[in-house]
Design a protein around this ligand. Structure first.
Ligand SMILES: NC(=O)c1ccc[n+]([C@@H]2O[C@H](COP(=O)([O-])OP(=O)(O)OC[C@H]3O[C@@H](n4cnc5c(N)ncnc54)[C@H](OP(=O)(O)O)[C@@H]3O)[C@@H](O)[C@H]2O)c1
Length: 244
């Protein structure tokens, strides 16, 4: 697929991105907008949401994915603003207790908070948007869920217990959603973006050499290419089903 064809894949695609005001989420808002997608994004800090919405032309939604009571409002607002959802990117995330600490020193409430943002939020939002995603896939627009994982969900890093456990569960949940939704041609992926120079990374590892970290804009370009490919495969599945 050349760059022009690929750009066409996202034109008019309706995308909801959680955590769109900083780091990778903000880079994705800009990158997907630049390729013609229609975007709604979510974050908690209202002032920053309005500022990013104004600067990017994307629709900003103030909400907390870790709060059960926010999920349906976020889903309803996004589908109303965009007229449906073709791509959901579950990117918003918390590190859990900072400074990072061993599990034996992690409060149960902090562990719960990490699971609420990094696992239950993506689960609830995916579930709330399932009708839209399945509808989009069956109409031939394509339906994709991209969950942002981490290598901390694969390797056992001391001190990353709450975050790592939540990302491991997110990866496995993504695989199961993908199996279960294959019949509806909705594709679910979970991707580790690698170490990036973002506020979250600085919070976790303040002494890291920033020059050695990937730029969120570069990672967003790679994820945009992945989304184009996944969307095209979802659409092809629908076309094959119609032809049979
Ligand atoms: N940076 C890395 O090196 C790295 C490595 C591996 C994986 N990741 C993953 O990459 C993703 C993006 O990370 P990042 O480094 O770009 O993070 P970031 O710079 O800290 O940005 C996080 C974004 O999520 C929003 N957010 C946080 N909690 C939220 C909640 N409960 N509800 C709604 N929005 C929320 C934040 O805005 P508000 O605070 O205003 O809500 C912000 O827009 C995360 O899933 C992270 O786990 C990052």
């Amino acid at each position: 697929m050349d760059r022009n064809q690929a750009s066409g894949t996202l034109r008019g695609a309706r995308v909801l991105i959680t955590g769109g005001t900083s780091g990778l989420g903000l880079a994705l808002v800009r990158e997907l907008r630049a390729h013609g997608a229609r975007i709604a994004f979510v974050a908690r800090a209202a002032g920053r949401v309005h500022e990013v919405a104004q600067r990017t032309g994307a629709h900003g939604i103030v909400g907390d994915v870790a709060r059960k009571s926010d999920i349906h409002r976020i889903a309803l607002q996004a589908t109303a603003l965009l007229g449906g959802i073709d791509i959901l990117v579950n990117n918003a995330s918390t590190l859990g207790p900072v400074p990072l600490r061993p599990l034996s020193d992690t409060e149960c409430e902090d562990f719960e908070a990490a699971l609420a943002a990094n696992l239950l939020g993506p689960f609830r939002l995916t579930k709330a948007l399932l009708g839209s995603l399945v509808g989009a896939a069956e109409e031939g627009r394509g339906g994709v869920v991209l969950n942002i994982g981490s290598d901390a969900g694969i390797a056992a890093y001391a001190g990353w217990g709450a975050y790592g456990a939540s990302k491991a569960a997110l990866l496995h949940m993504s695989r199961i959603w993908d199996e279960e939704l294959a019949g509806h041609r909705v594709r679910v992926r979970c991707v580790d973006p690698g170490d990036m120079d973002t506020p979250m990374h600085a919070l976790a590892l303040p002494d890291a050499d920033r020059a050695a970290l990937a730029r969120p804009d570069d990672v967003a370009q790679a994820l945009r290419a992945l989304l184009e490919s996944e969307l095209a495969q979802s659409r092809n599945g629908a076309a094959l089903a119609d032809a049979s």
